[in-house]
Design a protein around this ligand. Sequence first.
Ligand code: GLN
Length: 495
Amino acid sequence: MSDGPLARPISAMARAVRAGTVGPSHFVSAALEAIRARDDLNAFLSVLPGPEAGPPPPASSPGQPRTHGVDSPGSSTAAREDGALAGVPIAVKDNLATLDMPTTCASRMLEGYRSPFEATAVRRLRDAGAVIVGKTNLDEFGMGSSTENSARGPTLNPADRERVPGGSSGGSAAAVAAGLVPGALGSDTGGSVRQPAALCGVVGIKPTYGLVSRYGLVAFASSLDQVGTLARTVEDAAALLDAIAGHDPRDSTSQARPRHSFAAAALGGAEGLRVGVPREYLPESLGPEIQRLCQRALDRLRGRGAEILDVSLPNTHLAIPAYYVIAPAEASSNLARFDGVRFGRRAEGSLSPREMYERSRSEGFGVEVKRRIMLGTYALSAGYYDAYYGSAQRARARVAADFGDAFQEMDVLFTPTSPTVAFRIGERVQDPVQMYLSDVFTVTANLAGIPAMSLPIGRSGGLPVGGQIMAPHWGEVSMLRAAGALEAALAEDGT
Ligand code: GLN
């Protein structure tokens, strides 16, 4: 997608809507049409009814703010036309609560579930004028790296429909890559925004833990989960982050910080930045094409005035084992609420309470979710707690300490986002460990709570390759400066 109304930068779309040079639903209608035309990708689980199907738009009366979008009870989902995202169509991963569409987490357990409240990140997009045009496919409850673990079937990668888009935010990444929406929200517990962004050839940001409220994000592993943004360009992804960042009294882990303009940071240039290259992230086993694209990206950063330095993060090998104890442990606890009574579908028939719980959970959850619940329950069981969870937490602390040391000397780090390009649908389904290794370069940032993002750095065999930039806690500005400069340098190359 290189032309058409949806190819414009997000800021330009909003400006056109605010200025009235296009009607308030100009971009939204274009997105809804594009989404319908690319149904084959299975990127969306629900879509806003189009103007022809929906209720007539509310008439605006003088003195009242003009609004558009769906008008659900109390106009609570109507968007404003004067905001930074006025009239911009945005897709939202289906594990973020919305009022006007179901929130299913791609699970049979939550089929048709409608939340009585909205996620703060969604609310803030609407407050900035964005229109949520649909909910995107994901690995059930965010558990996976390919969007194959969805009760509604896999999403296809727009770059090659026989390949996965990555996961778990694969629907959001595919929707942006196919040009159906200019931006989307995802969630990243171990790489679920960055890895699909890399495999689809778009930009994905996982913010510092605590920068964006998790209120209304269906919890997978609460100490690792962050809401993140996906878009075609660094500036667009940063503009969405500008809209959703900030303290929220409803999430006690969200923090009040001085406000920056992240979108402006994307244009700040890389002059003087010290970029560390952790050698553990460029092992010999990494494909030569990915190595080459990483080296080229580093050359481009150097050309933009950054200093490139070698660095070591010696505890990196502990990250995957630690993550795959901690994340399932927290998931087993978070998913206990889906019991057919408090939340979730209830098995039919007159059953004893125990049978009802068992059947409801057996029918409602898919295999990967069950695997995580069993792993996590075991890791937390009395007698094993210290051997598994305790030692995983100690490993986590060592991974975080490595970053602390590296950021004494470096402003940001550069690594590949994923060890491979998009793999074929079905290729890793039978081998969970192989699937888990897709996250080897991304889980570390979640364990440490630091910000990290992926941006396209070229193609290998026609498939997108992503480069990852990581920064210290609250270092989004340096991260975005590096990413914006790299993107600009590669664009000059014609990449
Ligand atoms: N792929 C990782 C997992 O399956 C990360 C998922 C995520 O970030 N939500 O746990």
